[in-house]
Design a protein around this ligand. Structure first.
Ligand code: SF4
Length: 280
């Protein structure tokens, strides 16, 4: 049996950084620590954090006099002021790539551009970016929505970091007709694309593909769909415990990939279990 792990899989740079900063904080601090929303969509990591006494909150006032971790998605600008009001010490793990989008939104909003965010209006990253331009951005995720926009003098377009390049290209093409001046910042993060490309490449040569990640994680689901396109024997599991061991043959090439919120220890558990039960 040949087990090959995709070249890019598991935690992206931003999530790795957020998790590391959170574990470091728990070692160094005596104060109660909260995260502003779940740090990542991975139950195993969330359970680990809870064991360390780190819980997630939804309302900032619930972290009064404590430490609050801002996750990699970032938050609206007003949260920094509100934290001061409640005497909250912030540990800001906003991914630098997300920070870049936030600062562009702020800068061009101040220069009187209409900010347009191409992305999902309900995603925390997009809600956060909008909060850097006074919540006055227009958020669209389809060409249909772009078509319906009225015409502006000048617009500045940014992307939610995880959208596809196809979506960005098609929507920005339409937006060019919607203003006298259009400034575009393609702020798509390559981590997602690299992980998806590596998954496709591996799925093409694997007999069986194992996609590891939370059952509710949308980027894991996406990897599963990409993999399934090239390798019909694709399975999606959350941990080694979900691994069905009766489907593997000794000569199989087994491809392994993992979503952006899957920690390395879970990937290693799966590989070890495969080696142990099915053989090398
Ligand atoms: S996907 Fe990209 S932008 Fe988002 S947290 Fe990871 S590295 Fe940062």
């Amino acid at each position: 049996m040949n087990i090959i792990v995709a070249e890019n899989s598991g935690f992206c740079f931003g999530v790795k950084r957020a998790i590391n900063k959170t574990f470091e904080a728990s070692k160094k601090n005596k104060k109660k620590i909260f995260t502003y929303g779940p740090l990542i969509h991975n139950n195993q990591v969330i359970n680990k954090l809870e064991k360390l006494g780190i819980n997630s909150i939804e309302k900032i006032e619930d972290a009064k006099n404590s430490i609050l971790i801002i996750r990699s998605h970032g938050v609206p600008l007003e949260i920094y002021d509100r934290a001061k009001e409640y005497d909250i010490e912030l540990i800001d793990t906003t991914c630098p790539f997300v920070r870049k989008v936030q600062t562009i939104a702020k800068e061009y909003h101040e220069k009187d551009y209409q900010i347009i965010i191409v992305g999902n209006p309900n995603h925390p990253e997009v809600i956060g970016i909008n909060g850097w331009c006074n919540n006055e951005a227009i958020i669209i995720e389809s060409i249909d929505e772009a078509n319906k926009l009225s015409v502006f003098d000048k617009i500045c377009v940014v992307a939610q970091t995880t959208i596809t390049l196809e979506k960005w290209n098609s929507i920005t093409k339409k937006l060019k007709e919607k203003a006298r001046e259009v400034i575009e910042f393609n702020t798509i993060c390559l981590a997602t694309k690299e992980r998806q490309d590596a998954c496709a490449k591996l799925a093409k040569k694997a007999d069986i593909m194992i996609v590891i990640g939370g059952y509710h994680s949308s980027n894991t689901q996406k990897l599963y769909n990409i993999s399934k396109k090239y390798c019909k024997n694709t399975i999606h599991i959350e941990t080694a415990e979900n691994l069905p061991l009766n489907i593997f043959n000794k000569d199989d090439i087994i491809g392994v990939t993992a979503g952006a919120s899957t920690p390395e220890w879970i990937i290693n558990d799966v590989i070890n279990k495969l080696k142990e039960k099915v053989g090398n």
